[in-house]
Ligand binder design. Structure first.
Ligand SMILES: C[S@@+](CC[C@H](N)C(=O)[O-])C[C@H]1O[C@@H](n2cnc3c(N)ncnc32)[C@H](O)[C@@H]1O
Length: 287
């Protein structure tokens, strides 16, 4: 990487010509703690030596395929800004479908449990939207990773939402510590790890993300199968459960069959993402 002579934003953007200009603008915005519009409209602004060194260091990281979100520590999801780090999955646009679908159905006084919260993007996006409509819902979140939960808690505070978080395996901590009301529906959202080891190895773009946030055994379905068993064995379970599970498009048929055979009174729908792939399985489990 060539070092430029002068330290202006214009010079900085000219460095690494092969790199995406948008990435460079975002990294500069992050370093200068300004927005991208400022970077574009102030080409003459000078960087300090420290800022320049930091820029070069972050450009090198980006060249080594570290996702931009891990460099800037931020990612937009559902129109909101979320803190992320190497312990959390970077929120994906396709997960917004889950949020949209929940928002179509959730009502005043319902309960929502998000399993595998990561950055907390799903329950926080739901909580923020519901609050705008002056509705009250009770929210819980679990994650096996206490480091991810730390980020989710920070995001909850940042967005002024109220969510009770528990560390543990899937629904287990909720079963142990929470008595959910029986008179109103309980929504269970989950974007659990669902890709196979082979898919993980083949996908270069995800190598910097936590493997335990992406990969599951049993053709990627191990955790959803375990979650369904936990729901079935939940002694104090609510009478009416609405579930929303993000999946790999190839899993929709098998997972639908598993849900139907575990809960004969269930209804199951499949929703496609913008690319036309089956992405969300949702429905009701009446017990
Ligand atoms: C695909 S990420 C989804 C994160 C977030 N919900 C999102 O959509 O961006 C899956 C999350 O599930 C968590 N996880 C993995 N195994 C788990 C388990 N057995 N119980 C609870 N959470 C688990 C991971 O730590 C990770 O944060």
């Amino acid at each position: 990487m060539k070092h430029w002579m002068h330290n202006s934003i214009k010079d900085a953007l000219a460095a690494c010509p092969k790199m995406d200009t948008l990435d460079k603008e975002c990294i500069l915005a992050f370093i200068l703690q300004k927005n991208r519009e400022y970077i574009i409209s102030h080409p003459e602004k000078y960087l300090s030596l420290l800022q320049k060194m930091r820029y070069l260091w972050l450009l090198r990281k980006r060249q080594n395929a570290v996702p931009l979100a891990y460099i800037t520590k931020h990612k937009a999801f559902f129109g909101l800004d979320f803190l992320v780090n190497k312990h959390t999955l970077i929120p994906r646009p396709e997960t917004e479908i889950m949020v949209e679908e929940v928002l179509k159905h959730i009502q005043q006084d319902d309960t929502l449990i998000d399993i595998g919260v990561g950055s907390g993007c799903v329950p926080i996006a739901i909580a923020k939207t519901v609050a705008k409509k002056n509705k009250h819902i009770t929210l819980y979140g679990t994650d096996i990773s206490s480091k991810a939960l730390k980020v989710a808690k920070k995001n909850t505070k940042k967005h002024g939402t109220s969510i009770s978080f528990y560390a543990g395996n899937l629904l287990q901590p909720i079963i142990q510590h929470v008595c959910v009301p029986k008179h109103s529906p309980t929504f269970i959202t989950a974007n659990l790890p669902y890709i196979t080891e082979e898919q993980f190895v083949q996908e270069a773009s995800i190598q910097h993300e936590p493997k335990n946030a992406l990969v599951a055994q049993d053709n990627g379905l191990a955790l959803y199968k375990e979650l369904l068993i936990q729901i079935k064995d939940w002694e104090t379970k609510p009478g009416d459960i609405r579930f929303f599970f993000e999946i790999d498009p190839l899993q929709s048929k098998e997972l639908s069959q598993i849900i139907h055979s575990s809960f004969p009174n269930s209804t199951v729908f499949v929703k496609k993402d913008l690319a036309g792939h089956n992405r969300l399985i949702h429905g009701t489990i009446e017990l």
